[in-house]
Design a protein around this ligand. Structure first.
Ligand code: NAD
Ligand code: GLY
Length: 370
């Protein structure tokens, strides 16, 4: 078991990474201590039959009285409609200020349940139990919670830290391979922006990782959480350094928006974004061609997409989406670019014509075929 601390003063918390540690959920909540005794597990209809009973039993064995709220799976659930549904259920169950919530599921459930926890009764404690790789290495850590509006993704939210994160790697055994690969994109991102040794380890162990050897995954997930914890501890509300976590996201978010949410998984769009932004890094911030190719090659070897073809019409839509992005300032589209593998620079302006070239260049295909 690995124990990673997120050091945020009196809001510090631990991320427990292990195999089979979901069964310890109730005891860990008791140890914190979370008072209860009433609490609620928010989950989705795919995860509930797989892990709901174990989470519920663990809480009951520790003396809590859990209500289970199960929501439809998928991105469209991250909406005000389902937030309101949760509020109604919590009120009917008479959840009080000393009660707490457990988010059991992927990033959709973690973001939504965290937002419910941040706002119900002006804030009650919550615990993250992420069950996708993406949620384990990224969304469950750092306190960004929120929901989508028709106008765009994650437009309503808060910074609200959980009291505890339990990453049980054995939940990954039921995750569809496509979802695992999408989470892997975020793991590769940590190597690219922060840790060249991690990047090298990924290059060396990719085949065993894809076969889901959990012993190999445990230190990797813990390392990703530790990187996120280090970054968040220095810049919780993203006034600077935290922006490096958005490598690949300026182009990736625009691809998600233009292709219709759900066509590409988040990690797939970020994978394409990282390849294009590696090319931009080569042009602007001194990333060597050899390192840019290594990144594109690793992404392709992980079974992730590397290229997004754009004609004039699609390019205009992409540009429009990038101009609406939260990272635009004073009309300039800003990027996170690499100066080397493991070293990132944020707030780098890039002209639209060069962004278009990054998508149209043959760089991605060349790197993927070497
Ligand atoms: P998700 O929550 O939709 O989960 C993906 C699918 O896997 C769903 O169908 C889910 O039911 C299923 N699933 C979950 N765990 C499973 C398991 N163990 N076995 C079988 N099936 C399982 O998607 P996600 O990729 O986990 O999260 C994406 C969301 O995370 C997006 O809304 C994104 O905006 C958000 N996000 C938030 C942050 C943050 O910092 N808060 C960071 C990155 C992404
Ligand atoms: N996923 C980016 C962040 O948490 O800041």
């Amino acid at each position: 078991m690995h124990d990673v601390e997120v050091p945020l003063g009196n809001r510090s918390y631990h991320i427990l990474v292990g195999v089979g540690n979901l069964s310890g959920l109730g005891e860990e909540c008791r140890r914190l201590p979370l008072k209860g005794p009433r609490c609620a597990i928010i989950t989705d209809d795919n995860v509930r039959p797989l892990y709901g009973p174990l989470a519920e039993k663990s809480l009951k064995d520790a003396g809590f009285e859990p209500l289970i709220i199960s929501l439809p799976a998928g991105e469209s659930t991250k909406s005000l409609k389902w937030v309101d549904f949760c509020y109604q259920q919590l009120a009917a169950f008479r959840l009080e200020r000393q009660s707490f919530l457990v988010a059991l599921g992927g990033g959709v459930i973690g973001d939504l349940a965290g937002f419910v926890a941040a706002t119900y009764l002006r804030g009650i404690p919550f615990v993250q139990v992420p069950t996708t790789l993406l949620a384990q290495v990224d969304s469950s850590v750092g306190g960004k919670v929120g929901i989508n509006l028709e106008a765009g993704k994650n437009l309503v939210g808060a910074f609200y830290q959980p009291r505890l994160v339990i990453c049980d790697l054995s939940t990954l055994t039921t995750l569809p391979l496509r979802e695992l690969r999408a989470g892997l994109a975020e793991v590769i991102k940590y190597g690219a922006i922060y840790d060249a040794d991690l990047f090298q380890l990924l290059e060396a162990t990719l085949p065993v990782l894809l076969q889901l050897d959990l012993q190999h995954w445990e230190p990797l997930v813990a390392r990703c959480c530790a990187i996120k914890a280090e970054v968040v501890a220095q810049d919780e509300t993203e006034s600077g350094l935290r922006a490096i976590l958005n490598f690949g996201h300026t182009i990736g978010h625009a691809i998600e928006a233009v292709s219709g949410y759900g066509h590409y998984l988040h990690g797939e769009a970020i994978a394409i974004g990282m390849v294009a932004e590696a090319w931009l890094s080569q042009q602007n911030t001194g990333l060597s061609p050899a390192e840019a190719r290594r990144l594109a090659k690793l992404i392709a070897a992980a079974g992730l997409p590397v290229r997004y073809a754009v004609d004039e019409e699609r390019w205009q839509k992409l540009l429009h989406a990038m101009q609406l992005d939260k990272k635009v300032s004073q009309g300039q589209i800003k990027f996170v670019l690499l100066s080397a593998l493991g070293r990132a620079l944020w707030g780098q302006p890039v002209a639209p014509e060069q962004i278009r070239q990054s998508l149209a260049s043959t760089f991605a295909d060349e790197a993927a075929s070497t």
